[in-house]
Design a protein around this ligand. Structure first.
Ligand code: NAD
Length: 445
């Protein structure tokens, strides 16, 4: 695969969740020999049998092809991984620590320790997980201590920017590659490991380890800030009678500002932005520079208030008291085209409505199974129309395309009361009001 005289490096991908499975499958699609490693034997078995354990458009087809090609397989064995790979990508989770804002690094530490214990020849260990600054330096020491090959094992950092729902395209055609390295050799290995992607003209930014770790935190902080910025404007609109959707549109034509990630609504969630901004703020405080990013606390607070405000809007439409009110919740995933419910605003709102006494029926095109496991107290329906049956209030929480396409006349015929809260500005208020609905949305009169 790689465009050089040397044979292409053999790759392992350690941790085959949303990020790692995508990375392993896409690298095999690019022609590399890849071994995926996960501690979860069930996940490994499913992947080896051709099943992607989560929802990601395009990925099942690529997995089938990669398995057929013989270039990809999955294992739980770190000994096999160490034996197999020249370049090892670390893709395990770095969730928020329970009871703290800090990132939980136990999975990274254990994956690297287990791998390093078997490394008997020169190898590059490449972190892709999102980590607090300073982790790569710490892992460098750890690897040198643990690996039989000692100083022949180097650590590099290659932060990942893929978006769930677009993960295949983002991996095969990224906006940029960031290579955090501490030697020319490591850079050369990374260029070879991404040969076909580099050759298509993808910008490559080569940095030290520290900067590479910071790039990811800086990128996610910026994106979260942009969303909370427009949602702060929504709060002001709510107090003044302005319309935040028109405000956002007007801002978006200024190309210094730009319209992307400037969509007001229920705010951000998922397995990345919320925990990453908290971990960044926490790490900065540890380093004595907390003030530099203290605004991230505000970004987080604005984001949480959108969830509370959505619950209030539903209660207002229901006449103030939610006891016994039947609510149809359209959406559970943290965003459309994903089954990921980690820190999902939609489920957070649905659960809050339930706690306040509402009878909530949730529907989501991909995330219902995950949602049912984490929120068994809620009821579930297979689609929007059945969720809406006899509902007193409908609330749109995740902007799946099929929810955008709901016909207000048809849904109006099955609900008990035509009242809808559009938590994502996904619907046309004129159309819904014309069909007799009481329509409410965040930041709009
Ligand atoms: P995930 O929970 O889906 O996957 C993590 C995987 O690691 C799981 O399959 C788990 O079984 C496995 N694992 C845990 N400990 C292990 C060990 N010791 N050895 C081997 N496998 C182990 O998480 P994810 O969403 O793929 O995120 C992984 C990392 O990538 C995180 O740091 C995240 O912040 C970052 N990231 C994620 C995305 C995304 O869109 N999901 C995008 C960019 C960066």
């Amino acid at each position: 695969a790689a465009d050089s005289d040397e044979p292409a490096p053999r790759l392992t991908v350690i941790g085959t969740g949303y990020l790692g499975a995508t990375h392993a499958i896409c690298m095999a699609a690019l022609g590399f020999h890849v071994l995926g490693v996960d501690a979860n034997a069930g996940k490994v078995a499913r992947l080896n049998s051709g099943e992607v354990p989560f929802f990601e458009p395009g990925l099942p087809e690529l997995l089938a092809k990669a398995l057929d090609s013989g270039r990809l397989r999955f294992t739980t064995s770190f000994a096999d991984a160490a034996e197999f790979g020249d370049v090892h990508f670390i893709c395990v989770g770095t969730p928020q620590q329970p009871g703290s804002d800090a990132a939980d690094l136990r999975y990274v530490d254990s994956a690297v320790t287990e791998l390093a214990a078997h490394l008997r020849r020169r190898a590059l260990v490449v972190g892709k997980s999102t980590v607090p600054v300073g982790t790569a330096a710490r892992l460098t020491e750890l690897v040198r201590r643990v690996a039989p090959a000692g100083r022949d094992v180097e650590v590099a950092w290659n932060p990942e920017f893929l978006r769930e729902g677009y993960a295949v395209d983002d991996t095969l055609r990224p906006d940029r590659l960031v290579f955090g390295v501490s030697s020319d050799w490591a850079e050369k290995q990374l260029r070879a490991a991404f040969g076909p992607v580099v050759d298509q003209g993808t910008p490559v930014v080569v940095t030290d380890l520290t900067t590479a770790e910071l790039v990811k935190m800086a990128a996610n902080s910026f994106l979260a800030t942009k969303i909370s910025y427009i949602n702060a404007m929504a709060e002001i609109c709510e107090a003044t009678g302005g319309d935040v959707t028109r405000l956002a549109e007007a801002l978006s034509y200024d190309d210094r500002i730009g319209g992307r990630f400037l969509k007001p609504g229920l705010g951000f969630g998922g397995g990345c932005l919320p925990k990453d901004i908290r971990a960044f703020a926490h790490r900065a405080e540890e380093l004595g520079v907390g003030q530099a990013v203290s605004f991230l606390r505000e970004v987080d607070a604005i984001n949480k208030r959108r969830r509370e405000r959505t619950v209030e809007l539903v209660a207002e439409l229901a006449g103030g008291d939610l006891t016994g009110v039947r609510v149809a919740a359209l959406g559970a995933a943290f965003k459309p085209d994903s089954d990921d419910i980690r820190d999902a605003p939609a489920l957070d709102v649905a659960a809050a409505l339930h706690r306040l006494g509402a009878q909530v029926t949730v529907t989501d095109p991909a995330a219902t199974d995950n949602a049912r496991r984490s929120h068994p107290e809620l009821a579930y329906a297979t689609d929007a129309m059945s969720a809406a049956e006899a509902a007193d209030v409908v609330v749109l929480l995740t902007e799946w395309n099929e929810f955008r396409l709901v016909d207000p006349e048809a849904m109006g015929a099955v609900v008990a009361r035509k009242r809808i809260v559009d938590g994502r500005h996904a619907l046309d208020p004129g159309q819904w009001r014309a069909a007799g609905w009481e329509y409410r949305a965040l930041g709009r009169p």
